[in-house]
Design a protein around this ligand. Structure first.
Ligand code: NAD
Ligand code: DAU
Length: 350
């Protein structure tokens, strides 16, 4: 094997697409997927590659210092791609400490382990931290987030991600750790946990439940197909410059209400419903506290320097996503049983 790479959070939504891409495209890399298998982690996401020779799964927690030190000793990683996190804004509002622990402390424990292992020779080593556009706070009706936009996080989730980004930079400046960071906009696609807007609405249309729209529904997000994010991550891991940040986005802004109407339209066509059937489920509900009005990424740097641009248009990506959920109802049944029901009742007071 030419390299051994640790991918954290590889059983989650984005992580599973990143692990699959590395395992399939780089048979000479040993890929170690470390995941705590929280409610959001699911090994069913990786069934198709679990038998591959260059893939290993390790069950463990990034906040467990001695476990992480031993893991780094055992595999002597050349690179780390760090995705493990608590990722849902609404959960961060009810349980902020869990976000501080995993997203800040967990990242620091990984940084320390990488620094200790690599400190005598940083050549060829890389710590790649996967972050979010939410660290920049909110935009008004115009403008875009660039790599130079100041950090201004508003939710416990985004504050914890911002803090983790700062620690990554600090390890670069203080200890010379070779790092790269990317900040991406909202992802959508197969394997997305149905607590997030798009898969939650797909699941609710299938089960004929209300489609909860926070506030007036005019909040805006920039949506990117998850495989295009995974493609960007592979590219940045190999070709990004050390100590740099890259913004990744879809060039694809939607107000939530318009997005959900588009989803309803495509679902009705695919399910053979009368046009307008699913839209009747739309229900305006209490707003999210501290709700950021608008996110939109300027991904020009990534385009100009590394030649990346989204490969999938939004209508295509949304159609592929719906098809995946229609073909994987068993996956949806598994992840929406048990704890999910309690979460849903608490969050939507049903
Ligand atoms: P996810 O919630 O689907 O998956 C997170 C994964 O991390 C799960 O498999 C979970 O089991 C694992 N995990 C959580 N705590 C852990 C711990 N203490 N130790 C080990 N593993 C742990 O998240 P996602 O949406 O796939 O996001 C992945 C990363 O990308 C996160 O860092 C997130 O901040 C970032 N991000 C997400 C989006 C998005 O739209 N989903 C956009 C930009 C950036
Ligand atoms: O921007 C990147 C971020 O995108 C990632 O860092 C996060 O990990 C990811 O969860 C996502 O955060 P959002 O808060 O933007 O995603 P979510 O799907 O939760 O919400 C999208 C929008 O839809 C947001 O404006 C809130 C709204 N919403 C969400 C839910 C769950 C609703 O109106 N109703 C809902 O039930």
């Amino acid at each position: 094997m030419s390299k051994t790479i640790l991918i954290t959070g590889g059983a989650g939504f984005i992580g599973s697409h990143v692990v699959r891409r590395f395992v399939n495209r780089f048979p000479d890399y040993q890929i170690v997927n470390l995941d705590a298998l929280t409610y959001a982690g699911n090994l069913e996401n990786l069934k198709d590659i679990e038998q591959k020779d260059n893939y290993i799964f390790e069950h463990g927690d990034i906040t467990d210092d001695s476990f992480i030190k031993n893991l780094f000793e055992k595999y002597r990683f050349d690179g780390v791609i760090h995705l493990a996190a608590e990722s849902h804004v609404d959960r961060s509002i009810t349980d902020p400490l869990a976000f501080a622990k995993t997203n800040i402390l967990g990242t620091m424990i990984l940084l320390n382990a990488a620094k200790e292992l690599w400190k005598d020779n940083f050549d060829g080593k890389r710590f790649y931290h996967i972050s979010t556009d939410e660290v920049y706070g909110t935009l008004g009706e115009t403008g875009l987030f660039t790599e130079e936009t100041s950090y201004d996080p508003n939710s416990p989730y985004s504050a914890s991600k911002a803090a983790s980004d700062h620690f990554v930079r600090a390890y670069g400046e203080t200890y010379g750790l070779p790092y790269v960071i990317s900040n991406c906009s909202n992802n959508y696609g197969p394997n997305h946990f149905p607590e997030k807007l798009i898969p939650l609405c797909i699941n609710n249309i299938l089960t004929k439940k209300p489609l909860p729209i926070y506030g007036d529904g005019k909040y805006t997000r920039d949506w990117l197909f998850v495989i295009d994010h995974a493609i960007a991550i592979v590219l940045i891991y190999h070709e990004g410059k050390n100590h740099e940040t890259y913004n990744i986005g879809g060039f694809n802004e939607w107000q939530n209400i318009d997005l959900v109407k588009e989803l309803c339209k495509q679902m009705d066509e695919k399910l053979g419903n009368e046009p307008g059937t699913s839209e009747q489920l739309i229900t305006f509900v209490k707003d999210r506290p501290g709700h950021d009005l608008r996110y939109a990424i300027d991904a020009t740097k990534l385009n100009k320097e590394l030649g990346w641009y989204p490969s999938v248009t939004f209508p295509e990506g949304l159609s592929q996503t719906i098809d995946w959920y229609l073909e994987n109802k068993e996956w949806l049944d598994h992840v929406t049983s048990g704890d999910y029901r309690n979460y849903y009742e608490q969050q939507y007071k049903v």
